[in-house]
Design a binder for this molecule. Structure first.
Ligand SMILES: C[S@@+](CC[C@H](N)C(=O)[O-])C[C@H]1O[C@@H](n2cnc3c(N)ncnc32)[C@H](O)[C@@H]1O
Length: 209
């Protein structure tokens, strides 16, 4: 086992998910929805807490594994959760309420991000989390850059498309498109970028204040 794998296992095994989080994870797996790892979830909770996030958007909420972590980090933040499957959102909402979220802080919106994101408030969000709909990630990122406030952060889950982006033999349009996006964003002086390797890759972009 490599040092990286050993460290990842060490971290993953020490993270304590609540019963509500474990149930949501189990549910996601049963539905074939790949949830974030506990380590990624804990990192997202850290980001939400460290940034003092008050307003969060999550695109591709699924049954709420990521949302539950975000709300662990920012328990009173308003969460706008978008997913094209209303049943997923209903399950996510149930778990979030069980975790103690006030109903008024949850905006569960079924639909397509391409239709919904253009209607949301410019610079109105502290944290924008984009799920791994990588076929549309370029368009979703453009919306996210408009929606996040200066100083706010955008996170893209599974941003290295599993191990594909780092594999030069992979030249499919999605993987090549992500490489091009990374190159383009690295050159933008108004953005600070970081990519973490775990869990398919976690791209983090902060719009400089
Ligand atoms: C992998 S699951 C979400 C996992 C979530 N990050 C978690 O940790 O629980 C992806 C979700 O995104 C939704 N989804 C995928 N593509 C979408 C799109 N274009 N518009 C809206 N929702 C989408 C799916 O319905 C699914 O619920």
């Amino acid at each position: 086992m490599s040092e990286l794998d050993r460290n990842a296992r060490f971290i993953e095994e020490r993270i304590d998910e609540s019963d509500i989080q474990r149930d949501a994870r189990q549910h996601a797996l049963e539905l074939g929805l790949r949830p974030v790892s506990a380590a990624t979830g804990a990192h997202l909770a850290f980001l939400a807490a460290a940034s003092g996030a008050r307003t969060i958007i999550e695109v591709g909420t699924g049954v709420g594994v990521t949302s539950l972590w975000l709300r662990r980090g920012a328990p009173t933040a308003t969460l706008t959760a978008i997913d094209d499957e209303p049943e997923h959102l209903a399950l996510a909402k149930r778990s979030l309420l069980s975790q103690g979220a006030r109903p008024a802080t949850l905006r569960m919106i079924p639909g397509r991000p391409a239709d919904l994101l253009p209607r949301m408030t410019e610079a109105g969000y502290d944290l924008v989390v984009l799920g791994d709909d990588l076929a549309h990630v370029a368009a979703h990122l453009q919306h996210a850059l408009r929606l996040v406030r200066p100083g706010g952060t955008i996170v893209v889950l599974n941003a290295l498309n599993g191990g594909r982006v780092s594999d030069p033999a992979r030249r499919d349009p999605i993987t090549s498109g992500i490489r091009a996006l990374l190159r383009e964003f690295e050159l933008q002086p108004d953005l600070a970028l970081s990519v973490l390797p775990g869990d398919g890759g976690l791209l983090q972009i902060t719009k400089r204040a």
